[in-house]
Design a protein around this ligand. Structure first.
Ligand code: GDD
Length: 433
């Protein structure tokens, strides 16, 4: 009887490759999961949601990124703010979403958790974790696993893990990762509730990989990095596909906000979703119009250390980082301005990310093209845009890497500017190396 047994949550694992290849040039400066979304590092939203779950004891971050000062500072800050242990575990190589948690299974299980959440770092969500726990109690037995699912449109569903459910029991009957033809419009959100039992299933795949390796070895086939290959296990293809239809895997569908954060463009979209959520969760983080102050339109986050001229107009969906300086008559809309940047008088920034310590000259205009989901389709998701279509740069948000200088009175449109560049003229649809 599950309801009589108290769920003790001990661990949360956030998976991340911390590399963020589609996030360049911004991920040169900061690992993608620490990139600020709605004013705080992307992962802080996950951590905050976990810290709210009763009996949550510990949060583990798993990645293969070399820890640095910034990560250590982040860990210290969140532990202090949320009064919960948060540790980073570094993989020796990319072990895949299942291999990473299997490698660190002793650490995950060390506090004797009855259940734990696993989350992809590159998603933004309302994280209905308590609802997932309630759902688990109502469905299946104590050992059932829960995937958070949401509805996508037919075309976009194929970019995600697709789930066919039993509509009465919500059991996952079929799971196909990024199918090439339509399977289902219910997609995997990359947020799971597992019990320690999951490691038995991952262990079985690990053992099969091991046997296969030995077999190939005896047949004389060259094995480079053999062990590593044995340990690489993908939760989706290697585990969920075979668990489907076995009465163990269930889908909890949410219609609350959810999005992937793959590209810089999707970070602006995710910021918009989180800023909107702040009305409920953190109204103190939203800037307000005050007598004689800067004009705020819609949802705007301003770090208290930013220095903003009262004649500037900001919003909607703007996040201003630490120590940013904004001059007179500046207009910013749908953009993220990272710490230390300066927007000189009368400059205009639309649909852009302005990198750390960059400067935009007077009367300059930095503008991108938003890649938002179709507003007329309730199930549309943001497209993880490819950089090029038909050999041309796809019009997208403008990104200035760190320490870029834009002169006065120029226009930078739909462009990506690599760090430490001093531009001397206008650019349109270009990657400036
Ligand atoms: N630690 C670690 N993390 C990894 C590794 N490989 C991927 N990740 C992390 O695992 C998450 C999933 O990334 P991918 O494996 O690249 O999959 P995806 O294309 O993002 O698709 C996944 O997420 C979708 C939802 O956003 C799902 O729909 C889909 O089914 C799948 O789970 C990301 O946060 C990524 O950083 C690894 O070797 N080690």
């Amino acid at each position: 009887n599950f309801s009589s047994c108290g769920v003790i949550l001990d661990n949360l694992t956030v998976l991340s490759d911390f590399a963020g290849t589609r996030f360049r040039p911004l991920s040169f400066e900061v690992p993608k999961p620490l990139f600020p979304v709605a004013g705080v590092p992307m992962l802080q939203h996950h951590i905050e949601a976990c810290a709210k779950v009763p009996n949550m004891k510990e949060i583990l971050l798993i990645g293969f990124y070399q820890p640095n000062e910034e990560l250590n500072r982040f860990l210290a800050n969140v532990q202090q703010d949320f009064k919960i242990s948060v540790r980073y575990l570094q993989e020796y190589a990319a072990l895949g979403t299942g291999g990473g948690i299997y490698h660190f299974r002793d650490q995950i299980l060390s506090g004797g958790p009855e259940a734990f959440f696993i989350m992809n770092a590159d998603v933004c969500s309302e994280f209905p974790l308590s609802e997932m726990l309630d759902f688990q109690k109502k469905h299946g037995d104590t050992h059932s696993f829960v995937i958070l699912g949401t509805t996508a449109n037919r075309k976009q569903s194929m970019n995600y893990g697709c789930i066919v459910e039993n509509q009465q029991s919500n059991e996952v009957l079929h799971y196909v990762e990024k199918p090439s033809t339509f399977v289902s419009d219910i997609i995997n959100c990359g947020i799971y509730l597992f019990t320690p039992e999951i490691f038995r299933h991952i262990g079985a795949v690990f053992q099969k990989n091991q046997q296969d390796m030995l077999l190939y070895h005896y047949e004389g086939e060259e094995q480079t990095n053999g062990w590593q290959r044995v340990e690489v296990i993908r939760l989706e293809q290697d585990i969920f596909t075979s668990l489907a239809g076995q009465g163990k895997l269930f889908v909890y569908k949410t219609d609350r906000f959810w999005s992937q954060i793959k590209s810089a463009g999707s970070a602006i979209y995710a910021s918009r979703l989180y800023l909107n959520q702040y009305h409920k969760t953190h109204p103190e983080r939203l800037a307000r119009n005050e007598e004689g102050g800067v004009k705020i339109i819609g949802n705007v986050y301003i770090h208290p250390t930013a220095n903003i001229d009262p004649s500037a107009v900001l919003g909607p969906n703007v996040s201003i980082g630490t120590g940013v300086t904004i001059g007179a008559g500046v207009r910013v809309r749908e953009s993220i301005i990272l710490h230390g940047a300066t927007l000189q008088d009368h400059s205009c920034v639309l649909n852009s990310i302005v990198g750390w310590d960059s400067t935009i000259g007077r009367w300059a205009r930095v503008e991108g093209t938003p890649s938002d989901p179709n507003p007329n389709d309730p199930y549309a998701k943001i497209d993880s845009e490819t950089l090029f279509t038909d050999g041309k740069l796809t019009p997208s948000i403008t990104i200035l890497g760190c320490n870029v200088n834009i002169p006065s009175e120029v226009i930078i449109l739909n462009s990506i500017v690599l760090p430490h560049k001093d531009l001397n003229r206008s650019f349109k649809n270009q990657i400036i190396l």
